[in-house]
Design a protein around this ligand. Structure first.
Ligand code: ZN
Length: 359
């Protein structure tokens, strides 16, 4: 049931009504401009005088598309305000609200905790600040949520191992409320091959976290082979270069490795050249599971409705609906049963195994 105060965004072809599954969305690239501006002003950090000027610094502009570095430059200012526990929870709540208004009913957010420790928050605090935001949002909107912890490639495999351990500490299976559901490695692929992160992925796997990785966005198919063969990734972020390798495409289909497709973002970063067809259609032809994802709603100036509307040029509303329905099965939210539910009944735990009181 829709509540009157949670307005739905208008859309074409009934796209707004599709129950959407979002599996690849970053916190720092998705903070609504209004919220960033409000926090900037509150903390007196605003580098420009007006919200309009601020928007140009946060959202990729016409003429800036086609280069990953120009895209990444937009993540500079959000980091100024997301160094504080309350701010992080607040921005996360606002992201969930927007997603809900776009018809998202299952939302996996992702986040690189280390980028939010510069003012003194510990890794654990930065993770729990996001979880607080997700839990608050969940009380207001009927939406399933979970958090994927990201290790940044350029910070190296050792830091990634530390992050994998921190991620396990807040894993959903140990909590009644929203927790960490997955682990990801993101950032510059060149010079930081996936295979170096094997130990971090082994740790995450040992904690029953779902495994995904940004691969094949800025590198060739070999990066995706490594992600699947060496790291055991069950999902691939972007994966654009996979279409260059038919054997890899068959492998992704055979093992049902889902590709998290980010249509708008891929053209903006240059992962897919302007004018070229998006690999999403070839993935579908091969029977590779896909998810329609926004990547960064603010930087990419998009949302779930816009992504689906863009794809509706080639796919019917029924096909889009089916993609979301199938993507749900690949969510990490339900992948691991809650460990608390699997504990033996309380009286079993309390029964003493030895009675030392009598002699
Ligand atoms: Zn991404």
């Amino acid at each position: 049931m829709r509540r009157s105060n949670k307005k739905q965004i208008p859309s074409k072809n009934g796209i707004g009504k599709i129950e959407k599954v979002e599996l690849h969305q970053h916190v720092d690239g998705s903070i609504p401009v209004d919220i960033t501006w409000k926090l900037m002003k509150e903390h007196r950090l605003n580098p420009v005088a007006t919200k309009k000027e601020m928007e140009r610094l946060l959202v990729l502009q016409e003429g800036e598309e086609g280069a990953l570095l120009r895209y990444l430059d937009k993540f500079h200012y959000p980091a100024w305000i997301t160094q504080f526990y309350g701010n992080i929870s607040y921005v996360v709540e606002s992201i969930v609200k927007k997603a809900y208004q776009n018809g998202v009913r299952l939302l996996e957010l992702r986040y690189a905790p280390i980028i939010h420790t510069f003012a003194g928050l510990t890794l654990r605090q930065t993770i729990s600040s996001v979880l607080t935001g997700l839990n608050r949002a969940k009380r207001k909107y009927p939406i399933e949520t979970g958090l994927i912890v990201i290790a940044m490639r350029h910070q190296g495999p050792h830091i990634a191992k530390i992050l994998a351990r921190q991620a396990i500490a807040e894993a959903q299976q140990f909590h009644e409320r929203t927790g960490v559901i997955g682990f990801d490695v993101a950032g510059a692929e060149r010079g930081n091959p996936a295979r170096l992160f094997k130990e971090a992925f082994d740790i995450a796997r040992s904690g029953n976290l779902g495994l995904t990785i940004h691969a094949g966005e800025d590198e060739g198919p070999e990066a995706i082979w490594e992600a699947v063969d060496i790291l055991g990734a069950r999902r691939i972020g972007h994966g654009c270069s996979a279409i260059k390798d038919k054997a890899l495409m068959r492998r992704l289909a055979k093992d049902q490795v889902l590709v998290e497709c980010c249509y708008t973002s891929n053209y903006q970063t240059g992962a897919v050249p302007m004018g070229a067809p998006h690999p999403i259609f070839t993935f579908l032809e091969y029977g590779i599971p896909i998810a329609i994802c926004t990547d960064n709603t603010t930087v990419s100036n998009t949302d779930q409705i816009r992504e689906n509307e863009k794809l509706s040029k080639w796919l019917t509303t029924a096909q889009l609906q089916e993609i979301h329905r199938k993507a749900r099965a690949h969510s990490f939210i339900h992948a691991t049963p809650n460990i608390r539910e699997n504990l033996p009944p309380q009286h079993d735990l309390e029964r003493p195994r030895f009675n030392h009181s009598k002699k």
